[in-house]
Ligand binder design. Structure first.
Ligand code: ZN
Length: 505
C-alpha cells in the first residue's frame, strides 16, 4: 500500500467509544484515512511517524466556539489546534457571521472590529466560501445565530416581531440551513434575542425540524430562572416538533441555584421520554466570561454596545449609571468579577485580575471601561459550582465546548479566558480523572459532538474519513492556561494532523 503518512504503533480511540485497539494508521495522498491495520506487510509512505504507544484519536471537535471571525483573522487557530481541536461548531449563543443585510452589517462590522476582517458576504454560503479561501488550520462549522438572523430582518431594536418579520426570518433560516449551517443557536440573554417571544422561537424551530438539524441555546437565565428557562426550551421543542435540543454551556449560576441541577436533569429525562433528544456542552471552569455590560441594571441592559457607547459619551448619563450600578450590585459581586480584557490604557495592566483590586472606586472604574469600549470589555464571573461542573461533565450526554475563540499565540487580539487555550484538554483531563474510560472520554470531544451536529466527515477514525487526527498522552493531557497567562498551550498534545498533514507537534 502507498500513502502520504504512516502513523505506527498507536492505541486507537476511534471516537465512537469502541474498545482501544493497537493499530498502524495510513493516510492517503488525498488526505483521507486509507487503512487501519494491525500490521502492514508492505507499506510505502512519504512520512512515517512513530506513535510510541500513545493514543490516536479523531481531531477533537469543540462543540461550542465563537471563532466565526477570529479564525479568519488568525488562520493558524493556535489556541484550538494546540489542544488537538481540528473542528469547531461556531455561531453560538445567537451570534453568527450571517445572514448579513443592510440592517445588521455595520453592527456586525463594529462588533468584530478588533479582527480587521471586512464582512463582505451576505449568506452562509458566501461566508463558507470566504472561510475556504482563508485556509484556516481548523474547520469552522457554523450554526445560524438567532440574534444575527433577527437583526438581519429588523435590526437590534426592542419589541416582538410581527407575522411578516417572522416569515422573513424563517425564509432566511431555511436558506442558511440548506447551504451548510449545522443548526440554529439562540442567545436569549442578549439583545435582540432577549425580545423574542414564543411564536417567533417556535416558528424558527419548525424550520430546523424540517431540516432534521439541532437547536442550541444560551438560555434566558442560567441562575434564578434556570429551571423555567430549561422548561421553556423543552416546551417549544415539543410544540414545534424539533427532535434535538442542545443546551449550551450548561451551568447553575449563583450559589442559591446550585441545588437546581437535579431538577434540570429530571426535565431532560422527561423531554427524552416525550421524544426530544437532549444534549449539552460544558467548559471545565467555574468562571464564565462575557461582556462586562451584562452587569448593567434596568434599561441599560437593553442597549446594544453601539448605543451604550454613544449614551456614555454624556457625562450626566455616566453619573446616572454609576449611581444605579452602585445600588444594583453588592461589594461581593465585584469580588467575584475579574476583568479579562479592556482596551482602556489605564486599566489594561490589570487584565486577568479581580476588578475590586484595581485602585480607585470599583463602580466608577467599571463604567469608565464600559464607556471606553463596551464591545471588547470582557469580564469573568466566578459564579458556578465545581461539584455541579464535574457532575455535568460526567453525564453521557455532555460534550466539551470551550465557549472560546481561535486565537494566535501572541495575544495580539487581547487577553482572554483560559478556556480558549485549555477548555478541551482540561475537559479531557477531568473526564479521565473521574474514571471515565479513554474511549468514552475521547468520544465526548469527537464522535458524540459530530453526531449532535450531524458532521459527517469528522469525529470518527475509519477508512475513508478525513485525516483529522490527534496523537496525545492520556497521562499528561491537560490545560495549562490561567487568567494571568491565558495563552499557555495545553500539555500532552503530541501531534495534530489536519487533512493528512501535520499542523502541530
Ligand atoms: Zn453563551
Amino acid at each position: 500500500m502507498t500513502g502520504s503518512l504512516l502513523i505506527k504503533n498507536v492505541w486507537l480511540a476511534a471516537g465512537d467509544a469502541a474498545p482501544l485497539r493497537k493499530v498502524n494508521c495510513l493516510i492517503g495522498k488525498d488526505g483521507n484515512i486509507a487503512a487501519l491495520e494491525k500490521e502492514f506487510s508492505a507499506c510505502a509512505a512519504e512520512v512515517r511517524l512513530d506513535g510510541r504507544g500513545l493514543i490516536l484519536a479523531p481531531g477533537f471537535i469543540d462543540a461550542h466556539g465563537h471563532s466565526d471571525i477570529s479564525a479568519l483573522a488568525a488562520p493558524e487557530c493556535f489556541s484550538k489546534v494546540s489542544q488537538g481541536v481540528t473542528s469547531e461548531v461556531c455561531g453560538n449563543c445567537g451570534l453568527s457571521a450571517f445572514p448579513v443585510t443592510p440592517e445588521n452589517r455595520s453592527h456586525l462590522q463594529e462588533l468584530y472590529s478588533n479582527y480587521g476582517v471586512d464582512i463582505s458576504w451576505n449568506s452562509c454560503q458566501e461566508y463558507l466560501d470566504f472561510c475556504r479561501s482563508s485556509h484556516c488550520s481548523m474547520s469552522t462549522v457554523p450554526l445560524c445565530g438567532h440574534n444575527t438572523l433577527r437583526a438581519a430582518v429588523r435590526n437590534y431594536g426592542e419589541g416582538e416581531t410581527d407575522r411578516g418579520e417572522i416569515e422573513k426570518m424563517c425564509s432566511l433560516l431555511d436558506r442558511e440551513l440548506s447551504c451548510g449551517a449545522a443548526g440554529l443557536s439562540f442567545g436569549l440573554l442578549y439583545t435582540p434575542g432577549i425580545f423574542a417571544g414564543s411564536e417567533e422561537i417556535c416558528a424558527l424551530m419548525r424550520i430546523v425540524a424540517k431540516h432534521g438539524k439541532v437547536c442550541a441555546a444560551h438560555l434566558r437565565s442560567e441562575g434564578e430562572k434556570l429551571v423555567e428557562s430549561v422548561q421553556e426550551m423543552i416546551d417549544l421543542s415539543l410544540e414545534s416538533g424539533l427532535k434535538h435540543f442542545h443546551f449550551s454551556h450548561l451551568k447553575t449560576a449563583g450559589e442559591e441555584n446550585f441545588g437546581k441541577i437535579d431538577k434540570v436533569f429530571e426535565l431532560f429525562d422527561e423531554a427524552r421520554r416525550k421524544g426530544v433528544e437532549i444534549t449539552c456542552d460544558r467548559y471545565p471552569y467555574i468562571e464564565s466570561m462575557t461582556q462586562l455590560s451584562v452587569a448593567l441594571p434596568g434599561a441599560w441592559k437593553k442597549m446594544d454596545d453601539v448605543k451604550l457607547k454613544k449614551t456614555l459619551e454624556s457625562a450626566e448619563e455616566k453619573i446616572a449609571l454609576i449611581a444605579q450600578l452602585r445600588a444594583a450590585k453588592s461589594e461581593e459581586y465585584w469580588q467575584r468579577c475579574r476583568i479579562v480584557n479592556t482596551a482602556h490604557p489605564r486599566f489594561a495592566p490589570y487584565r486577568g485580575k479581580c476588578i475590586a483590586d484595581i485602585p480607585g472606586d470599583v463602580v466608577e472604574n467599571a463604567v469608565e471601561m464600559l464607556a471606553f469600549d463596551p464591545v471588547n470589555c470582557q469580564a469573568a464571573f466566578a459564579t458556578m459550582s465545581e461539584e455541579n461542573m464535574r457532575n455535568i461533565i460526567a453525564q453521557p450526554f455532555c460534550v466539551a465546548g470551550s465557549d472560546g475563540n481561535a486565537l494566535p499565540s501572541d495575544g495580539r487580539f487581547g487577553k482572554t479566558h483560559p478556556r480558549s487555550f485549555g477548555a478541551v484538554a482540561g475537559f479531557l483531563r477531568i473526564s479521565l480523572d473521574m474514571g471515565i474510560s479513554i474511549e468514552e472520554s475521547v468520544s465526548k470531544v469527537s464522535g458524540k459532538t459530530a453526531s449532535i451536529f450531524t458532521l459527517e466527515d469528522c469525529g470518527v477514525v475509519a477508512p475513508g474519513k478525513v485525516g483529522d487526527l490527534v496523537l496525545f498522552d492520556p497521562d499528561s493531557v491537560d490545560s495549562k492556561a490561567d487568567f494571568l497567562a491565558p495563552e499557555t498551550p495545553a500539555e500532552g498534545i503530541v501531534t495534530v494532523i489536519k487533512n493528512g498533514e501535520i499542523i502541530y507537534n
